[in-house]
Design a protein around this ligand. Structure first.
Ligand code: HEC
Ligand code: HEC
Length: 315
């Protein structure tokens, strides 16, 4: 029951609303029909090749004529990765961290797996990328991506820190010093001039921090003249005077109650040994040493080009 549509001269399906609006019986364009047929064919081929139609009566499904399974594909991928990794891992076994560092291809490989290891084992304390972590009392675990080191920044030192753990010890001085003495020492230390008070030598601080106050990496006794603080970070929201006040308070606390001193108010700063705990293999520890070194603060055997660290940065 088709009528002609007046405006276009084409037959209609009978659905005519007015002169402008009607269902015409035009054929769909060729390109469209081709596309439709091609997609229909594709679906059939795809269904036949890949696992597809579930059987209605059993738990099975049509497995496809291509023999493809997700497991096979994954195994092939993993096999490829393992083949590459195996080569590297075998070489790493007999190498020192310094030798790994000297090989740019190995260093790149190690840095990649080091990132994962660091995230899993270290970031909880040292922060992602070694930016350090704070608790309410200040910096708990030291920043690892700067060039200031308590225990040394050579690859061997970093390796030893991770392998054996670290635990600096400074006794509490609350029973040895008067409040005025602690105050004087804290103010001198906060200015980065510990030796400006005779108390520094007289009260035995030099035994660990050295005659010049520069510390001793063998025992991790912080350098007190570099204006980089182990437990404090500069708060940029505060002005210089307010930051100085915080620093004096923090230093007072360190001097009064010590570090890992057994005093309940002392600062706790324990880096666990990853070898002792059996948590990481020798190779993993080497990888981490190279990874941490590569944060950019690692030091070579050549005398360090002493770039002045930003004032108030932390260790
Ligand atoms: C439980 C917290 C904790 C974990 C986990 C931890 N660390 Fe530490 N790490 C510390 C503390 C605290 C110190 C500082 C010790 C001190 O002050 O004597 C430290 C010190 C270090 C140092 C020496 C820094 C310097 O200035 O000389 C290195 C290097 C280091 N850690 C690397 C790592 C790596 C790599 C991992 C992961 C395998 C790791 N740490 C896991 C808490 C931790
Ligand atoms: C037995 C050795 C020892 C003696 C004595 C000692 N210190 Fe320390 N001191 C340390 C160690 C080790 C650290 C670093 C602790 C850590 O981070 O693990 C430290 C850290 C500090 C810090 C924190 C530094 C920072 O960068 O935040 C201050 C401040 C300090 N000492 C001041 C003093 C003063 C002042 C005296 C003398 C009254 C003194 N110390 C005596 C071992 C000692």
């Amino acid at each position: 029951m088709s009528e002609k549509h007046e405006a276009s001269g084409v037959s209609t399906t009978g659905h005519v609303w007015d002169d402008d609006l009607a269902d015409l019986t035009n054929e769909p364009p060729k390109w469209w029909m081709l596309g439709l047929t091609a997609s229909a064919l594709f679906v059939v081929v795809y269904w036949l090749y890949y696992p597809s139609i579930p059987f209605a009566t059993t738990n099975g499904f049509f497995k496809g004529i291509g023999g493809w399974t997700a497991i096979k594909e994954m195994e092939a991928d993993v096999g490829e990765v393992e083949a590459v990794r195996g080569k590297f891992e075998a070489r790493l076994k007999g190498m020192t961290p310094a030798a790994i560092l000297a090989d740019s291809e190995l260093t790149e490989y190690v840095t990649r797996s080091g990132k994962v290891l660091f995230g899993d084992n270290c970031a909880a304390c040292h922060g992602q990328n070694g930016i350090g972590t704070h608790d309410k009392e200040g910096l708990f675990a030291p920043i690892l991506n700067d060039d200031d080191w308590l225990y040394g920044g050579k690859i061997e030192d970093i390796h030893a820190s991770i392998e054996g753990g670290r635990q600096g010890m400074m006794m509490a001085h609350k029973d040895m010093l008067s409040a005025a003495e602690i105050d004087a020492l804290a103010n001198a230390v906060a200015k980065g001039q510990p030796t400006s008070t005779p108390l520094f030598a007289a009260k035995g601080c030099t035994a660990c921090h050295g005659e010049d106050g520069k510390g001793n990496q063998a025992m991790g006794s912080a350098n007190l003249v570099d204006k980089i603080w182990r437990f404090e970070v500069r708060n940029d929201k505060l002005n210089d005077a307010e930051n100085m006040k915080r620093l004096v308070e923090g230093s007072k606390r360190t001097i009064t109650y010590g570090v890992n001193s057994g005093d309940p108010q002392g600062r706790a700063a324990v880096m666990p040994s990853f070898k002792e705990a059996g948590k990481l293999s020798d190779t993993e520890i080497k990888k981490l040493a190279v990874y941490v070194y590569k944060f950019g603060g690692g030091q070579s055997d050549a005398p360090a080009a002493a770039a002045a660290p930003a004032a108030g940065a932390a260790k």
